[in-house]
Design a protein around this ligand. Structure first.
Ligand SMILES: O=C(O)CCC(=O)C(=O)O
Ligand SMILES: [Fe+2]
Length: 286
């Protein structure tokens, strides 16, 4: 399947007749749907920007290879501490009133350990220094595509020991080659105990081992029944492909950039809380 998909993605080289022959002989309807989806995406997505910045180019090479990169001490402690205090205030107002400031949206459900305030810059203007950071934007566009647009501008709070949420299992958000980049700025120190993000480097790349789940992703996206792996399956993938789990512990001010096509998971809190600012980058629909 993998090689056929690669051939078909390079449609120009194989010609139309061969394309039709391959599609009907070898692929299931879900696989055809995935192909068309990836092909359309490729057509709409411009190539990456070229950067003159050496450091950005170095980060870009690693990000492409591993699907994840962490920049330690990306923003200073006084900045993250100030933002964290204000974030705590906004969440306590949300819990009391059920409302957020004009221009913001929220996700809050008392049974879910994850709560979010979206478009946070409308409540805490200081966060623009992170959300509209041109250096970070250059890293993303140099690595993936000039067409990517950012959105979300949110704070994500994880609170509630031993409580579990939908992302606490190994999963990917998108099929390979579809760019969804997420950037997480830690607002507090994160150890193994307070909900570190986990990632399997190199799993963002196209490969036959993930093609069935990718096809399901496109066919059954509305059921959210895709891209999830059982612990047994992950164990076997680790053994077969030598994937090594990366547990993203770190200090307040560290920045995690990852390609959400790679396999990742959030973790259940054993103690404390976790606050992150997050921006997502992807191709907009218009
Ligand atoms: O909260 C986390 O650590 C990761 C959640 C997740 O799976 C995602 O944002 O795609
Ligand atoms: Fe995810």
């Amino acid at each position: 399947m993998h090689t056929i998909i690669n051939k078909i993605i390079n449609l120009k080289e194989i010609g139309f007749n061969e394309f039709i022959r391959l599609v009907y002989k070898k692929l299931t309807p879900n696989q055809i749907q995935l192909l068309i989806y990836k092909f359309n995406y490729k057509m709409r997505c411009k190539p990456p920007l070229k950067s003159k910045n050496k450091k950005i180019n170095e980060i870009s090479v690693k990000l492409k290879e591993d699907g994840i990169f962490i920049i330690r001490n990306y923003l200073p402690k006084n900045f993250v501490n100030k933002v964290k205090k204000k974030v705590i205030d906004e969440f306590s107002k949300l819990e009391k009133t059920g409302k957020v400031k004009p221009g913001c949206k929220f996700y809050y459900d008392k049974n879910d350990p994850v709560s979010r305030i979206i478009n946070l810059h409308n409540a805490i203007p200081e966060t623009k220094d992170f959300f509209f950071d041109s250096y970070l934007e250059e890293i993303i566009k140099t690595t993936y595509s000039e067409s990517l647009k950012k959105h979300q501008f949110m704070v994500d709070r994880r609170k509630g020991i031993a409580k579990s949420t939908a992302t606490d299992c190994w999963h990917f958000d998108e099929p390979s080659s579809i760019f969804k980049l997420k950037t997480f700025l830690l607002l507090n120190d994160v150890t193994e105990k307070n909900g570190p993000f986990k990632y399997l480097p190199r799993t963002h790349k196209n490969g036959p081992w993930r093609s069935k789940k990718e096809a399901e992703q496109v066919a059954y996206a509305e059921d959210l029944d895709y891209g999830h792996y059982t612990p047994v399956h992950i164990k076997s993938l680790k053994r077969k492909f030598n994937f090594k789990e990366m547990v993203c512990t770190g200090k307040a001010g560290d920045l995690i950039i990852f390609n959400a096509s790679g396999i990742h998971s959030s973790s259940i809190l054993e103690s404390g809380e976790r606050f992150i600012l997050a921006t997502y980058y992807e191709l907009s629909n218009n």
